[in-house]
Ligand binder design. Structure first.
Ligand code: SF4
Length: 183
């Protein structure tokens, strides 16, 4: 995306099928948060509660893609953000949510909402306002082009800050020794 943005770097973040642990790790950059606040303007993120993503320099996204709303949000981020980062294991390879991929979705919903004793013979939710679940949980790169991948569950605050500060200063991210982890 060839957007010319003026002033401070605009940063957007979102959680798709994730647990917000990657966002918590971002908050864990501690004192660097003050630096970050000086360097960027936050666009759509759970921190601002802005609901629609605008034109941004960087989009950080955690979580796999498990339903139609996730696809919509991710495509919007890809359309509006010059650089997209898949943040954490769920975004990179589906992570924990993708553990349902070896099960049949219909049977799974039946079990959770109808069959299991805890469900009390409930009904599978079918309100048209609910986002349609996908058969499988997908990593982000199967839906949109991703510029950078940061693995880890979650990635450490140090790794997130290293990547972010490189991007903000216009450099290709180069993570130092020990910052890339897969656990
Ligand atoms: S990678 Fe781990 S911490 Fe991040 S959203 Fe997924 S489960 Fe949560």
């Amino acid at each position: 995306m060839d957007t010319v943005l003026h002033g401070r770097i605009r940063l957007a973040t979102a959680s798709l099928a994730g647990c917000f642990g990657c966002h918590m790790s971002l908050l864990d950059i501690d004192d660097h948060l003050f630096e970050l606040a000086e360097l960027v303007e936050f666009d759509r993120t759970p921190f601002t509660d802005i609901k629609q993503v605008g034109d941004c320099d960087i989009g950080l996204i955690e979580g796999g893609v498990c339903n139609a709303e996730n696809v919509h949000v991710l495509r919007e981020f890809r359309r509006r953000c010059r650089t997209i980062v898949a943040l954490g294991a769920c975004a990179v390879n589906g992570g924990l949510p993708a553990q349902r991929n070896h099960l049949d979705l219909g049977a799974l919903l039946e079990e959770v909402y109808h069959t299991s004793p805890a469900a009390g013979k409930g009904l599978v939710p079918n309100d048209p306002e609910l986002p349609l679940p996908l058969d499988k949980v997908h990593p982000m790169h199967e839906v949109v082009r991703v510029d950078y991948f940061l693995p880890g569950c979650p990635p450490s605050a140090e790794a997130i800050w290293s990547l972010l500060s490189d991007l903000i200063s216009g450099h290709t991210p180069m993570l130092g020794r020990g910052l890339i982890r897969y656990d």
